[in-house]
Write a new protein. Structure first.
Length: 406
């Protein structure tokens, strides 16, 4: 530890000691904690609104460079935004159509897939039982045969014991046997119960998703007005810091999303070609799912292996094909995470692994699956803001993977 670091630590200790003795500082800390709690509560309560807004912002940031190119060609910004949005919608439509065709063919082969999976599971189960039986015979002594139970004896010779019958007298005096009560009720499957329970959530999701295209369009077409109006909230050096923060957030988000998309597209294309060569059923949808699932933090490798392995098992492929498909997914995942990701995405994000893990846990708890997708862009955006604001640069250093100047 050098002299400058010692002086900085002692200075921080002196400030913390003076703050502990100052009631006003303690009050400020308490208000900060209360404000943080209120902010977390608002983020959780209005999570659908925030998720919709963040997704719209990310889409707008992705499409902004293309809109900028068209505006340089003397197109009005509103028209350029419409053209880019229409082109993006057409690309999404044709990709969805190709995926739908694959899924339709997959649905028609479901009975054959079920038979192949059942045969595979039965074969594996029989082998496991055979191993258990062999192990039991080798390690455990043979069980003793219990003595046979004595035959039942009748109460009287030549007559069988009869069970007593109980009659019930009903109000009109007639005697009859016991009539069991019959109740008719409808049993619903767990899937039906789950769908009924989630109908409100699905409706809310579809309602909010319908706002995304409009929000993205207006963010792009009114981008200059929003940018200038936002900077009017600040003055002097604060305005420069706000402008740098906005540029940093935009650059980071664009690099993160576009970089992940390009890596996922590369993995999907290579996986598609490899699965086609192995004759795995439905290689397009299998490669697409495997390629993009490989980008999920920490659990991307097992998730990426599920589609090809399941498709190969369901299609009745040999064990060699399944092993080769698994090895292909493993090699592609290692190349993507250790070669492509650091060069394309990591150079822009610079978050340390502890912060990434905590952000995934926090935003996943707050916003479920959408939080896992948006966790890293949100955290990296916060770091970009902290790096451009003098009073928050310590937080930026804490979130980053290195300290500037080291």
């Amino acid at each position: 530890m050098n002299t400058d670091q010692v002086i900085e630590i002692r200075h921080d200790e002196a400030l913390s000691g003076s703050a502990a003795k100052d009631p006003a500082a303690l009050s400020n800390y308490a208000l900060t904690i209360i404000a943080a709690g209120v902010l977390i509560a608002i983020l959780y309560w209005a999570r659908v609104v925030f998720i919709t807004t963040f997704i719209s912002v990310i889409i707008a940031l992705i499409l902004e460079p293309v809109v900028g190119i068209l505006t340089q060609l003397k197109l009005p910004r509103s028209l350029a935004t419409f053209v880019v949005g229409l082109a993006a919608a057409l690309i999404l439509y044709f990709a969805s159509l190709a995926a739908y065709n694959q899924l339709s063919g997959l649905a028609s082969d479901v009975p054959a897939f079920q038979d192949n999976l059942s045969a595979f599971v039965t074969n594996v189960t029989d082998r496991i039982k055979g191993i258990e039986n062999t192990t039991s015979r080798l390690l455990l002594p043979a069980p003793k045969t219990p003595p046979a139970p004595p035959p039942p004896q009748s109460t009287k010779k030549g007559r069988r014991a009869q069970t007593p019958q109980v009659d019930v007298t009903i109000p009109n005096g007639a005697t009859t046997g016991v009539i069991p009560e019959v109740r008719i009720h409808e049993d619903r499957s767990p899937i039906t119960d789950y769908i009924y329970a989630r109908l409100g959530t699905v409706y809310q999701f579809l309602l909010m998703a319908s706002f995304v295209p409009f929000l993205a369009y207006f963010m792009l077409s009114w981008r200059d007005h929003i940018y200038r109006s936002f900077l009017h909230f600040f003055h002097g050096d604060d305005k420069l810091a706000a402008a740098n923060s906005l540029d940093g957030v935009a650059t980071m988000a664009r690099a993160f999303v576009v970089g992940n998309f390009l890596i996922g597209l590369f993995l999907a294309a290579v996986s598609w070609a490899a699965f086609s060569a192995l004759r795995i059923p439905y290689p397009f949808i299998t490669g697409l799912l495997s390629g993009f699932l490989s980008l999920v933090p920490y659990i991307g490798m097992p998730l990426a292996a599920i589609p090809p392995v399941a498709s190969a098992l369901a299609g009745g492929e040999r064990g060699t094909v399944i092993l080769v498909a698994f090895l292909i997914v493993l090699i592609l995942h290692l190349i993507a995470m250790n070669v492509l990701y650091p060069k394309i995405v990591g150079a822009r994000v610079h978050l340390n692994p502890l912060v990434v893990t905590f952000s995934l846990m926090f935003w996943g708890f707050m916003w479920d699956a959408a939080g896992l997708v948006l966790a890293i862009p949100i955290t990296a955006g916060l770091k970009a803001v902290c790096d451009n604001v003098d009073s928050l640069r310590s937080f930026g250093r804490f979130l980053g993977d290195k300290i500037p100047g080291d």
